[in-house]
Design a protein around this ligand. Sequence first.
Ligand code: FMN
Ligand code: ATP
Ligand code: MG
Length: 541
Amino acid sequence: MPRVVALDCEKKAGRGVMEILNAVEGCSDKRLRTKCKQALYVIDRTLALYKFEEVAFSFNGGKDSTVLLHLLRAACVAGEAKRTIHIGAEESTCLELGKSIRTIYFESPSAFPEIDSFTYETARVYNLEMEILRQDFKSGLSALFKTKPIKAVFLGTRIGDPNAVGQEQFAPSSAGWPPFMRVNPILNWSYRDVWEFLLVCKVPYCKLYDQGYTSIGSVHDTLPNEALSVESHFEQDKSAHNDTASGVAPLKETYRPAYLLRDGRLERAGRLKREKNCKNEVSSNGVLDLHARTEPLFSASVLVVGDEILRGEVEDQSGVLLSKELRAIGWSIRHRAILANDIDSISEEVEQRSNNSDIRCHLGRCSKELWSSFDEEFEEFLRDQVGGHCPGDQNQMAKLPEGITELLHHQELLFPVIKCHNVFILPGPTIKEVELQWKCLLEWSKTSNVFGVHQPFTLIKLRTSVPEVEIAGPLAKLSLDFPDLSIGCYRESAQALEDPLSTKTGKLIISILGKNPTRVKAAVCALNFDVAEGVFCVEEG
Ligand SMILES: Cc1cc2nc3c(=O)[nH]c(=O)nc-3n(C[C@H](O)[C@H](O)[C@H](O)COP(=O)(O)O)c2cc1C
Ligand SMILES: Nc1ncnc2c1ncn2[C@@H]1O[C@H](COP(=O)(O)OP(=O)(O)OP(=O)(O)O)[C@@H](O)[C@H]1O
Ligand SMILES: [Mg+2]
């Protein structure tokens, strides 16, 4: 990546649109050129769908919205013929747009002053028509839409942002929000793409990014990114007369610029987690309100692809492993299926599950046809992995599922985990590799919003030799008394199923599962009380 210092837009004039277009076209990275073309296409179609006064740009001085600003300028300036980037266009043939794009900025007292001044200076340099809103997002937009005919808003949202979940490049606003179309032209851009664009185009960006900030929220929740920390050092402080005899000031930490962050997954590492709102947990009389603490149930589906498993040649170890792992981080498993290795069964199942689960884990190799769209970043990775053995012009292995995908790389992994909205593909191919892929997913979840780690389940298993007919009544009563728990019953072994009357083997296992350990233990006590004797605890987890 070329090393360029942040330009201070207070001193320099902004970059001309043709300079930007030429810089992108002249850049050796084909991937960046493709991403720009795709983003310009989205902007172009939006401008064709809506009248100019019906669109607005949501700008907050952050790096993502800065990228978007220049793409918008490029798309607005270029006419239909010039909207696709092409080399050698004369700057004189392109005029800056007479009317400037309506730009929304939600000003906040808790914004960094550097962000505020960058936003206002950028607005001045590029002649943006600013709408400054000082309310929360929802009320601000509702008020604005009463006076302005806005129907679509451009945002710098990118996959991986917490608020990007479930969004496409065109995403209608959420229920409860005023109706408008959110347009996200850089939704599929990576952290690396954003910095490559800003540096290649030499456009000014907020100077905080040169001080180690990689994602900027408010002054209350944002710190420089520790991954960019330069070895802490003691600095000679000339003004420090009063401290140590050596005149050495306290430890001072410095940070490298944001564009040097190698692992884009750490982009939000400087963002502090929001304090949990605990005020509902204790009612006015000081009694702990258990209902307020009950978190919603997050459900997952596990889909395993493998003809050999379907034929019964091999056991499904990966599906079992993932179900257990998901349970351990508080996800309930709605569905587990073994699928034939063909595009129709897989897409049908994925489609069917799409509305029923919050996340879906999809395991194993997939048929060639499933990898329907070619991904250059992935091919670059494969090329690095297999060197000269990469066959042909376009490696078939570099085809990814259609839609917006992210590749989650990790140095320990042979193949990256693939994320497509709320579907995670763990490509295996061995159980050891799946185990490792899962471990890496969990590690990422700690630093970014890959998926939530929730309160784990408590499971208590009980063994009994009391026959089913006698236990059925107490279990039915237990389910009624503890509707928040999942209560099940099965025979200990397959051997016992063949001989249900056997008392030597195949005792009954009763499983009691729930998020609240106190409730699970209460259910065990209640069952012991009802059955009187012969129920033993065998496992707790
Ligand atoms: C112009 C604009 C439109 C937004 N529309 C929605 C929306 O439709 N649904 C939603 O849940 N959040 C919406 N948001 C809020 C964002 O999802 C997100 O909360 C915000 O961009 C920044 O995140 P923060 O809460 O970390 O500050 C919108 C924000 C802006 C600026
Ligand atoms: N205060 C705000 N005013 C106007 N638009 C905003 C505001 N906050 C967020 N947005 C919109 O939401 C998008 C996503 O915000 P986000 O903070 O993820 O990106 P960013 O600020 O551009 O970059 P960074 O991730 O480095 O902070 C922004 O690009 C912008 O379009
Ligand atoms: Mg931001």
